[in-house]
Design a protein around this ligand. Structure first.
Ligand code: CDP
Length: 224
């Protein structure tokens, strides 16, 4: 089974997808981490991530790969584990900028499709149901109010010791939502055959249970 989970920043995609993967015994693949790794590579090279030509000039020397340790995805940039560093707020914005460049997307989509071809997965991102895995058996579009999403992300960042506040988290989120939905190539949008799950007032556990229930229903449909 392939499950696609798309939605805006901070909707809870990764927390919930990880939980669903555990419950169903399938692999969770976080595609946002891959865009973050390329964003980080550009920042380390001192490239303005809004400069598409600059970003494209380093793509040939950027290798992104993943592994799973105890069910948790680790992300590598040219062999270096950058799983922690990619979570910094400036890398969120860098990721969203490099994600508008078709060459970046094509490079990562190839890796994503290859990974999904080898096992049962739940994959989260922005274009999984619409572009990466159009034949996924279950497509979820996960969303929540911008206030709730910013509150959740602020809590996460503060727990990690990042110095930030609600207003800047919300501003970053609104910038990314606009950038991700407005880009030409594979923008963020709900696939026509997706189920929209607004989890503003649901816990992560409740949302994960709902997705598992839907996955079981789809499984039964497939067997009939
Ligand atoms: O966790 P959060 O929702 O904040 O972001 P993420 O999933 O880690 O993704 C970071 C950025 O990568 C997003 O703002 C998108 O611009 C980009 N992205 C994308 O374009 N396509 C994907 N499939 C996944 C992420």
């Amino acid at each position: 089974m392939k499950i696609a989970v798309d939605g805006p920043a901070g909707a809870g995609k990764s927390t919930i997808s990880k939980e669903v993967a555990k419950k169903l015994g399938i692999i969770y693949i976080d595609t946002g981490a891959m865009y973050r790794a390329i964003g980080l590579a550009a920042v380390r090279h001192g490239i303005d991530t809004a400069d598409a030509e600059g970003v494209k000039s380093i793509l040939g020397e950027v290798e992104v790969s993943i592994s799973h340790e105890g069910g948790v995805q680790q992300i590598f940039l040219n062999g270096e584990n950058v799983s922690e560093e990619i979570r910094l707020p400036e890398i969120s914005v860098a990721a969203s900028n490099v994600a508008t460049i078709p060459e970046v997307r094509l490079k990562l989509v190839e890796l994503q499709r290859r990974l999904a071809a080898s096992c049962d997965v739940i994959m989260d991102g922005r274009d999984i149901g619409t572009y990466v895995l159009p034949d996924a058996e279950l497509k979820i579009f996960l969303t929540a109010s911008v206030e709730e999403r910013a509150k959740r992300r602020l809590r996460e960042l503060l727990e990690k010791g990042v110095d930030t506040d609600f207003e800047s988290v919300r501003a970053d989120m609104e910038y990314r939502d606009k950038n991700d939905s407005g880009r030409e190539f594979a923008p963020l949008k709900a696939a026509e055959d997706s189920i929209i799950l607004d989890n503003t007032s649901l816990t992560a556990e409740e949302s994960a249970e709902e997705i598992c229930r839907l996955a079981h229903d789809r499984g039964e449909v497939a067997q009939k």
